[in-house]
Design a protein around this ligand. Structure first.
Ligand code: CA
Length: 234
């Protein structure tokens, strides 16, 4: 058993916080929950947490301002909780230094998976020293890109969201429409074939890593990610 990791939550809606606390504690995390930006900031200035889940709408301020304030002294992973359909929130959140965002209502299990991924990828980043790199060849998401053995794939924001969605539900086929939603592309504003273009770009970028075959086409349905595809190159 390693030491217990602490996840901080700043969220003023008890029902949402309690759901999250439940799955986190069941998974062995210790949780610090705050309902105001002020309390959360005070805590994070004094203690370190493995990750912060941050609501955008707080009674004493907004999560974006708080995120900026936290980024002045900490680079802990931050996952924003945003209101449904608030596209601007998501974009702003990622631009000001959040690592990820989750739209309410969310599945606590999916949230837990994202929290674990963020904590894990941060740990890899922090541990990596120039001479002693011990990456495995997993795809690791961090800072809005994927990394293989510490090397960035170099994805655009849309490509990242598409690949992230495919990986997150590995082996399940996603339709073009589902991928457009995941990538925050407005369905009425884009043709579904745009997804094909993005998929092609992602495959090309994965090629140097021997992973272009990871994204499989399911004819007539869409695409899926197969993790059993990485034998082309070391
Ligand atoms: Ca709120």
């Amino acid at each position: 058993m390693g030491e217990q990791l602490t996840v901080a939550i700043i969220e003023d809606e008890p029902a949402i916080a309690e759901n999250l606390i439940h799955v986190l504690e069941a998974d062995g995390y210790s949780v610090q929950w705050f309902t105001t930006a002020g309390e959360g900031l005070t805590y994070l200035k004094q203690y370190s947490a493995a990750l912060l889940v941050l609501d955008v709408g707080l009674p004493d301020g907004n999560g974006f301002e708080l995120c900026k304030a936290i980024r002045d002294f900490s680079d802990l992973p931050i996952i924003f909780l945003t209101a449904r359909n608030d596209e601007i929130d998501r974009v702003v959140g990622l631009e000001i230094g959040a690592d990820d965002y989750v739209t309410k209502p969310f599945s606590p299990r999916e949230m837990l998976a994202r929290i674990k991924l963020r904590i894990k990828s941060r740990a890899v980043t922090v541990d990596a020293s120039p001479t002693q790199v011990s990456y495995n060849d997993e795809l690791i998401a961090d800072n809005y890109d994927y990394f293989i053995k510490g090397q960035a794939v170099g994805l655009t924001a849309v490509e990242f969201k598409i690949l992230n969605k495919l990986i997150s539900i590995s082996a399940n086929v996603l339709s073009r429409e589902q991928l457009m939603l995941a990538a925050d592309m407005a369905p009425e504003a884009s043709y579904e074939r745009n997804i094909d273009t993005h998929i092609k770009a992602i495959r090309n970028k994965l090629k140097p890593f021997g992973r272009s075959e990871c994204i499989q086409t399911k004819r007539g349905f869409g695409y899926f990610y197969s993790s059993d595809c990485n034998n082309t190159q070391g």
